[in-house]
Design a protein around this ligand. Structure first.
Ligand SMILES: Cc1cc2nc3c(=O)[nH]c(=O)nc-3n(C[C@H](O)[C@H](O)[C@H](O)COP(=O)(O)OP(=O)(O)OC[C@H]3O[C@@H](n4cnc5c(N)ncnc54)[C@H](O)[C@@H]3O)c2cc1C
Length: 344
């Protein structure tokens, strides 16, 4: 029996989860098209907390729960808040339970990649555009499928097949820095996340595996502002030196974008979206969880109802869930980095 030909654009956490769950349910004709040339082409992002009611459920659907659990950092659930001027601890949540343990994004992606049938991912073949049942690749070749799934992230090329929406700048800039084996920083950060905020500025620090730290300076800023280390330190001039230390080293500027709320579309046979392609939202600990939950839900709906009926069944669950999460994270971003004062 031939199984449906399914194209998935993007080998992120969403696309890979979808491919894995489909393969577990007997779909043999699944290809993931990834623009990057290899799994090592780009260093993957920081740490991801997988929630018991979404990301963890997706890992379970992918048959990888025990493997994930073996890598998960339960101690990473610790949350610390410090005073920006003194660096003294003012709030502390010790790590408890197993609702949201952390794992490095690279480890999770590798787990998913290793679980796929050999040759599932076509590396270095980016999607240029899509129509229902058809993909045009960046090399101008075209191929037909029974279903095209856009899991190609914020700047999805598949999205145009169902919706004219494009992401807008949220008015917030994250500036990322990375630090290894720094005893003072590790002590201040604890086992999980440490935050400090004041006067419209925030510092958000996360411990990754292997004594690696990623820190994010968060502020309101113009879309095109790329502060230098000196300009950043000037903004945080009143802050305690041990916190200013996180603003040193190479800076990676991440202006934050989001899709309009609500972002929805008329069901279009032959094509659908999941993850950031469907509902890019501020990074408040939800996006990767939702991408994986979407992916598992879509694959399970296809296995249960077939391609024709499975996609609308998935969309009827995914779209309202995404709108709710978009509303919550947009409101959360306003609280986290208040509208005023605009810094630059
Ligand atoms: C700083 C930061 C921290 C975050 N922390 C968290 C967190 O702790 N928890 C959480 O749940 N979420 C977090 N998020 C959000 C999370 O990263 C995203 O929501 C999640 O990665 C979305 O997954 P995805 O599979 O939809 O897309 P992506 O992870 O963006 O994957 C898309 C894939 O598609 C590929 N691609 C892109 N264009 C094309 C193309 N044209 N053709 C083929 N392939 C293409 C890309 O190379 C990539 O591999 C964070 C985001 C940021 C910016």
């Amino acid at each position: 029996m031939t199984t449906p030909r399914i194209a998935i654009a993007g080998a992120g956490l969403g696309g890979l989860t979808c491919a894995r769950v489909l393969q577990l349910h007997g779909f043999e004709n699944v290809t993931v098209f990834e623009r990057e040339s290899s799994p090592e082409a780009r260093q993957q992002g920081g740490t991801i907390d997988l929630h018991a009611d979404s990301g963890q459920e997706a890992v379970r659907a992918a048959g990888l729960f025990d493997e994930w659990r073996a890598l998960a950092r339960f101690e990473g659930q610790e949350q610390r808040k410090v005073d920006p001027l003194t660096a003294e601890l003012i709030e502390h949540e010790p790590p408890e339970g197993d609702f949201r343990p952390e794992i490095d994004r690279g480890q999770l992606r590798e787990l998913l990649l290793d679980s796929l049938a050999p040759g599932t991912v076509s590396w270095g073949l980016g999607v240029g555009s899509a129509r229902p049942g058809e993909v045009t690749f960046l090399d101008d070749s075209t191929a037909q499928f029974d279903l095209v799934i856009g899991a190609d992230g914020a700047w999805s090329r598949v999205r145009g097949a169902v919706s004219p929406a494009v992401p807008h700048h949220t008015g917030v800039l994250f500036v990322e820095t990375r630090h290894d084996n720094d005893g003072q920083m590790l002590a201040l950060t604890g086992q999980g996340t440490m935050v400090a905020d004041g006067d419209g500025l925030m510092l958000w620090v996360q411990r990754n595996s292997g004594n690696h730290i990623r820190a994010y300076a968060c502020m309101r800023a113009r879309e095109d502002w790329r502060p230098s280390n000196a300009e950043l330190l000037e903004l945080y001039a009143d802050w305690h030196p041990s916190l200013q230390a996180f603003l040193t080293g190479e800076l990676i500027h991440r202006p934050l974008y989001a899709l309009p709320v609500p972002h929805t579309w008329e069901h279009t046979p032959g094509v659908t979206l999941l993850g950031d392609a469907a509902h890019l939202m501020p990074p408040l600990g939800v996006g990767a969880n939702l991408a994986m939950q979407d992916a598992a839900d879509l694959a399970l709906a296809l296995a249960r109802d077939g391609v024709r009926d499975g996609v609308p069944a998935y969309e009827s669950v995914m779209l309202p869930r995404a709108i709710d999460a978009q509303e919550r994270t947009n409101a959360g971003l306003q609280d986290m980095v208040p509208e005023r004062p605009i810094r630059v």
